[in-house]
Write a protein that binds this ligand. Structure first.
Ligand SMILES: Nc1ncnc2c1ncn2[C@@H]1O[C@H](COP(=O)(O)OP(=O)(O)OP(=O)(O)O)[C@@H](O)[C@H]1O
Ligand SMILES: [Mg+2]
Length: 269
């Protein structure tokens, strides 16, 4: 991974492709862990099949994200947003299709991912920085900036398990934005902060957009999506329903939430 420093600021031109996704499909296959009843056992035995649940979490998905833009991702619970983010960040390989990244990526997934509960905030910052490709010296240089941004100086040497979920999210956000990735993926992490931190992190997101980074923001906070994004996609049951300017996509999605259906969704497909 390339070393990240102030020198690579603006290393990408506005409009240059940062992420390219072609014909992506992600399928989850899980074996059901039902307690086997005698009837089930006999049925399975006779058919020789195990019970599996197959979820087509992302289907026939195509997208390009360019530098200098903030892409918003909206959709109901279970629509496939986090699955898509995990695939883009390389945590979850595509079942079929291609994802190409033209730059370094930093991912801030929903709570519970990344930090170790038993380690102190300080050690998590160091590990997080190393995982993002920073050298020990880079991390030392940025350490104060991270802690000050998170406003967690007083608790930085306490184990993470003693942090509230908002404090946890603050530190995760501070690390993710300070390592200056080319591509930053934020899945829901903004929503846990209090109003003060929310404002601060939104400003940081806008700043990064100005630095020609590429940002992908997944959130149920539709006002935030409208405010910071240049473009929004709406996912439903793993499919791209609409892509366009924030105001019209959010309006169509809101309408769908109100009435529970949309002319844009062809249920027969
Ligand atoms: N690890 C997994 N194994 C099996 N199925 C999964 C797994 N993770 C997610 N799914 C399924 O994939 C679908 C998409 O889930 P995903 O987490 O991507 O939704 P989401 O849009 O992020 O929802 P939310 O708004 O609740 O965060 C759901 O049907 C979910 O049950
Ligand atoms: Mg999710």
């Amino acid at each position: 991974m390339s070393s990240l420093s102030a020198s690579n600021l603006n290393s990408h031109n506005r409009g240059e492709v940062a992420v390219s996704i072609k014909n992506l499909n992600v399928v989850y296959k899980t074996t059901l862990e039902k307690r086997p009843t005698l009837k089930n056992r006999l049925l399975q035995f006779s058919s020789g099949k195990k019970q599996t649940r197959i979820v087509n979490a992302v289907q026939d998905f195509n997208l390009e994200v360019s530098y200098g833009s903030v892409l918003g991702v909206v959709g109901a619970n279970g629509a496939g947003k986090s699955t898509l983010m995990r695939s883009i960040s390389g945590i979850l390989p595509p079942t079929t299709g291609r994802i190409e990244l033209y730059g370094s990526v930093s991912t801030l997934l929903a709570l519970g991912v990344g930090f170790s509960q038993e380690m102190t905030g300080r050690d998590n910052v160091i590990l997080g920085g190393l995982a993002a490709g920073l050298s020990r010296a880079d991390i030392n240089n940025k350490f104060d900036e991270i802690v000050d941004f998170a406003e967690l100086r007083e608790v930085i040497d306490a184990p993470m398990r003693t942090y509230s979920s908002g404090m946890y999210a603050r530190l995760a956000f501070a690390v993710a934005v300070t390592v200056e990735p080319d591509i930053l993926i934020i899945d829901e992490a903004l929503s846990t902060g209090d109003a003060h931190f929310k404002m601060k992190s939104l400003n940081r997101v806008k700043e990064l957009r100005g630095h020609n980074r590429a940002l992908i923001l997944v959130s149920h906070a539709l006002a935030t999506i409208e405010e910071v994004c240049n473009e929004v996609i709406w996912l439903n049951k793993g499919k791209l329903i609409q892509k366009g300017d924030p105001v019209s996509v959010v309006a169509a999605y809101k309408k769908f939430l109100e009435v529970g259906s949309s002319p844009m969704i062809d249920e027969d497909v």
